[in-house]
Design a protein around this ligand. Structure first.
Ligand SMILES: Cc1cc2nc3c(=O)[nH]c(=O)nc-3n(C[C@H](O)[C@H](O)[C@H](O)COP(=O)(O)OP(=O)(O)OC[C@H]3O[C@@H](n4cnc5c(N)ncnc54)[C@H](O)[C@@H]3O)c2cc1C
Length: 337
């Protein structure tokens, strides 16, 4: 087993934060992962594509395991569907491009979401009207405490909006090693209802889009809206959209009738965190190298050499200001260490 020491994680997280890992190992198959688990009783820090984390300090007290298990296989198919098992270390977007080249449908609306396949079930990633769970069959994972392998069905994953059992009861207990998807080979269920996709296709005079054209439309929209982490360090949406009770919403909407809002249930309403942050005056603001993106108030960015602590301090400044102005608490969506 090759454990490296004092490894910079700057290229392993999309914020581009330069912290070091005292002990670091990249595992390329499940045997290596099991060996790493057996020989290390100390804390573990599991790293995928690093696109949903803010690192605020050097990692001294845990072994960083970079899950870099590659490979994918069509395990079953019939005239209508293909079942594909993809290992955790495969890049999500590269997998989608591969599936589109094969003519498999289902994931096109989720093109260009950063990160790895093995992490995708954790927050049930989604975009433009589709979620991972729509094509998910099962995933394999290794229990950290015992090294035992377990298969999780869709029901066992308890998927919800940006949520799953891996973020709740089983948080930090399993390492996902592969995910199986069911994709369409024909009669694809195209979902272009999301406004921006329709507009983009119209702009390109496309009336009966192919899977690839939908994927390209999503890529174009995302590139126009979100900063590319390779150019400007960021971790996508930094905060979750807060959900408030109907009673609180009634008070809130008297004071702020112009606020956009989305009903979650009879008793709860979601308010876009980006709107709250923009109203609090943070959109486009820069404090040293930490800042809020000029087009997307929900995205915090690293303009160069910001430390994780500087980004975190800015996040807390925003949280306090939003709470002060609106009486609403906003909380990070990214994992903070
Ligand atoms: C520009 C940008 C845009 C984004 N847009 C979207 C979007 O549209 N929709 C969306 O849903 N998300 C979006 N995200 C968030 C991000 O892409 C997802 O959360 C993604 O699934 C993170 O994958 P990762 O491999 O980079 O995870 P990492 O950041 O490496 O890890 C995230 C968490 O999962 C744990 N983890 C990592 N791998 C494993 C594993 N194999 N088993 C168990 N635990 C593991 C880590 O310890 C950590 O707690 C965006 C991010 C960025 C930077």
């Amino acid at each position: 087993m090759n454990i490296s020491h004092h490894v910079s994680l700057k290229n392993y997280n999309t914020f581009g934060i330069d912290v070091t890992a005292k002990d670091f190992i990249a595992v390329t198959n499940t045997n290596e992962l099991l060996k790493a688990l057996k020989q290390n009783t100390k804390n573990l820090f599991i790293l995928g594509g690093g696109s949903n984390m803010l690192l605020t300090k050097n990692i001294e007290d845990a072994l960083v395991i970079h899950v870099n298990i590659k490979g994918k296989e069509v395990i079953k198919e019939n005239d209508d569907f293909a079942w594909i098992t993809v290992n955790a270390g495969e890049n999500w977007h590269d997998f989608i491009l591969w599936s589109l080249d094969k003519g498999y449908g289902g994931l096109e609306n989720m093109s260009l979401i950063p990160g790895n396949v093995g992490t995708a079930p954790i927050q049930n990633i989604g975009a433009y009207g589709k979620e991972l769970k729509d094509n998910f069959v099962e995933c394999n994972a290794i229990e950290i405490a015992t090294g035992e392998s377990k298969t999780f069905s869709k029901a066992a994953c308890e998927f919800e909006y940006r949520n799953s059992v891996f973020k709740n009861e089983l948080k930090g207990q399993y390492i996902i090693t592969s995910v199986t998807f069911k994709l369409t080979k024909k009669n694809h269920e195209l979902n272009t209802a999301y406004g921006a996709i329709e507009n983009e296709l119209q702009n390109q005079n496309i009336t009966s889009p192919t899977l690839k054209e939908i994927s390209n439309a999503v890529i174009a929209i995302r590139q126009s809206k979100l900063p590319d982490p390779k150019v400007l360090g960021n971790s996508g949406s930094f905060f979750k959209n807060p959900v408030i009770s109907q009673t609180d919403f009634e008070q809130f909407s008297i004071k702020f009738p112009e606020a956009p809002n989305y009903r979650v249930s009879d008793s709860e309403v979601k308010i876009p965190a980006g709107w709250l942050i923009e109203q609090a005056g943070f959109k486009g603001k820069q404090f040293g190298d930490a800042g809020v993106h000029k087009n997307q108030a929900l995205v915090l960015v690293n303009y160069g050499n910001a430390s994780g602590k500087e980004i975190w301090d800015l996040a807390m400044k925003i949280k306090t200001a939003v709470n002060h102005q609106f009486g609403i608490e906003i909380n990070p969506e990214v994992n903070v260490y």
